[in-house]
Design a protein around this ligand. Structure first.
Ligand SMILES: Nc1ncnc2c1ncn2[C@@H]1O[C@H](COP(=O)(O)OP(=O)(O)OP(=O)(O)O)[C@@H](O)[C@H]1O
Ligand SMILES: [Mg+2]
Length: 386
């Protein structure tokens, strides 16, 4: 889906995206330890989109859902959902936002449902809290929507994992949210049941235009969503988009028999507003790129090339020689140690002689400073240093 950014994020107009995350940072502090769970994340989700969110464990997926759901506030950046700025919203409005704008489905059935109430009562509960009328009828209609009309009088323990999750979806739909958020809703069910759950999300999305964000580790998610965004280290790294493409011309087509379009998945790397992108680790390792790389504009795009090893080794040689000469000129012993040090510097800066020289001059200044201090302490004449 192409996201239309023509509407301003702070409006509720249909043209405006439902979600805009701009440079969102979330820092958790536990005792003296800080964890940066979101590191300047950008994301735009159109109204009516069904979005998948994937990423390694600890990459920030649940943190992002909690921010979007108004459960956690971001530490910095800007987040709009349906024209509302979540960062600036007072607590009372955030409570109201959680109740009326978003619906949540969690991984564990027990977190979504009250165990001693049956399915119908569970769905009726948020309706009762909101003070709505004809609650039983509406709850029954919602259960029918998720294909569980015949399970209305079953309690949590009398429902399968997949059924629990479908009841949870009906509960999340009760207050007619604009945004449905699901955090690994298929994490505790088998793959066949997962497909039924994904199908339910897809149907609600299609029939009601309900904007939905689903977090999952399941690669099959891409088949049910229009776009899957991958998060790495608290930033959006890549997107997999689903497109319909015609197969190559075949004999059947030549005979005038139309062939059906097939689904094609393409993974695209995401560029943030500052032009940064995350290159997949495997590709960097395959090409031996680390530390620094060379960018070249080619006919078809931009090439990222490794800096040749020989160049790095040359830089290391030049720097170690210069350091050894400098040490000799100052009459300092340990020139060999210094030269080894320089080799380390040369290698670590991977090819730049000028950066290495700056490092060396800082090193000389440091050594001269500490010598001056130790001479002052011992009452010797102050060395001028060079
Ligand atoms: N309430 C919290 N307090 C402190 N640190 C937290 C808190 N919630 C998350 N974190 C940390 O933030 C980082 C991102 O966590 P998050 O739960 O968002 O990851 P995730 O992508 O959902 O992982 P998983 O796939 O395992 O569920 C982790 O390093 C985690 O330890
Ligand atoms: Mg999580």
């Amino acid at each position: 889906m192409v996201v239309d950014l023509s509407g301003a994020p702070e409006t509720k107009s249909k043209a405006a995206p439902l979600i805009v995350c701009d440079n969102v940072v979330k820092i958790y502090k536990v005792a003296n330890l800080e964890t940066v769970a979101l590191q300047g994340l950008d994301l735009v989700v159109a109204r009516g989109e069904l979005l998948g969110l994937v990423g390694p464990s600890g990459s920030g997926k649940s943190t992002l859902l909690n921010v979007l759901g108004g459960i956690d506030r971001p530490s910095a950046g800007r987040v709009w959902v349906d024209g509302q700025n979540l960062l600036e919203m007072p607590d009372s409005e955030l409570d109201q936002y959680r109740r009326s704008t978003v619906g949540f489905v969690w991984q564990q059935g027990s977190r979504n449902l009250v165990p001693y109430l049956d399915a119908l009562e569970n769905v009726a509960l948020p309706l009762a809290i909101a003070g709505g009328r004809a609650r039983s009828e509406r709850a029954a209609a919602l259960l029918e929507l998720v294909g569980l009309a015949d399970r209305r009088h079953h309690r949590l323990a009398e429902l399968s994992g997949g059924e629990q999750q479908r009841v949870a979806i009906a509960v999340a739909m009760a207050n007619e949210p604009k945004l449905l958020l699901a955090d690994e809703p298929t994490g505790e069910v088998d793959s066949a049941t997962a497909q039924v759950i994904y199908d339910t999300f897809r149907r609600l999305n299609r029939d009601f235009g309900l904007t939905t964000v689903i977090v999952s580790h399941d690669p099959v998610l891409a088949r049910y969503t229009s776009r899957v965004v991958a998060i790495h280290d608290g930033k959006t790294a890549s997107e997999t988009v689903r497109q319909m493409a015609r197969p190559r011309p075949s004999v059947d087509e030549a005979r005038g028999i139309e062939e059906e379009e097939e689904e094609v998945f393409e993974e695209l790397v995401v560029l943030d507003s500052a032009g940064r992108l995350q290159v997949p680790k495997e590709q960097l390792e395959q090409l031996g790129i680390k530390g620094r790389a060379r960018l070249e504009v080619a006919e078809e795009g931009i090439l990222i090339r490794p800096v040749p090893e020989a160049e790095s080794a040359h830089a290391a040689d030049v720097l170690s020689a210069e350091l050894a000469v400098g040490a000799g000129r100052r009459g300092w012993r340990g020139a060999e140690v210094a030269s080894r040090l320089a080799r380390g510097v040369g290698e670590s800066i991977a090819g730049s002689v000028s950066a290495g020289r700056r490092w060396i001059s800082r090193l000389w200044a440091k050594i001269s400073g500490s010598r001056r201090r130790s001479r002052r302490r011992s009452g010797d004449e102050v060395e001028t240093g060079r």
